[in-house]
Design a protein around this ligand. Structure first.
Ligand code: ZN
Length: 165
């Protein structure tokens, strides 16, 4: 007999935000969309320039399209801490490259969902864009870039590919 072990319900793991270095701290569910408020898990207090510990200064927000849940486009509203170095005056933001590439509008989880949708489920770009809640051109550009990155950056991409006569 199977005895599954249930854990306490947890939005962070359910939405795979832990894999992005984020933790869910709030949710806003609307009929046609959902927003998850997140924080970056890792502190990032050390000055990039001189290595001195910086002082948290304020917080900025960044919006990322994430994979949809229950056919609702789901947006991550990430609160990112900004630090200032008291020694050299440099300012910086918490590193969140695990969650998304710099300047990207779509989370790495959202990108993976989009790529799987197109390659495995044969969804159209229109459908993927609607799922992410972004424009067709934004979805198309992101999927092309991610597909290309994975093909080119993965030297093992042809492993196991056999030529059958
Ligand atoms: Zn510094």
């Amino acid at each position: 007999m199977l005895h599954p072990t249930f854990a306490t319900p947890d939005l962070t793991t359910f939405c795979r935000l832990d894999e992005l270095g984020l933790v869910a701290v709030g949710q806003l569910i609307e009929p046609d969309r959902a927003t998850i408020e997140c924080r970056v898990v890792e502190d990032d207090p050390w000055c990039r320039k001189c290595g001195v510990e910086g002082v948290p200064r304020d917080t900025v927000t960044r919006r990322l399209a994430h994979e949809p849940f229950g056919h609702r486009p789901t947006t991550l509203l990430v609160r990112v801490r900004r630090y200032r170095c008291g020694h050299c005056r440099r300012t910086w933001r918490q590193d969140m490259t695990r969650a998304a590439a710099p300047r990207a509008k779509i989370s790495r989880g959202g990108l993976e969902w989009a790529l799987r949708g197109i390659v495995i489920d044969h969804l159209t770009v229109t459908r993927v864009a609607a799922g992410l809640g972004v424009s067709w051109s934004a979805a198309n550009a992101a999927v092309l870039a991610e597909g290309k990155r994975r093909l080119i950056d993965d030297p093992a991409r042809f492993d196991g590919v056999g030529l059958t006569p």
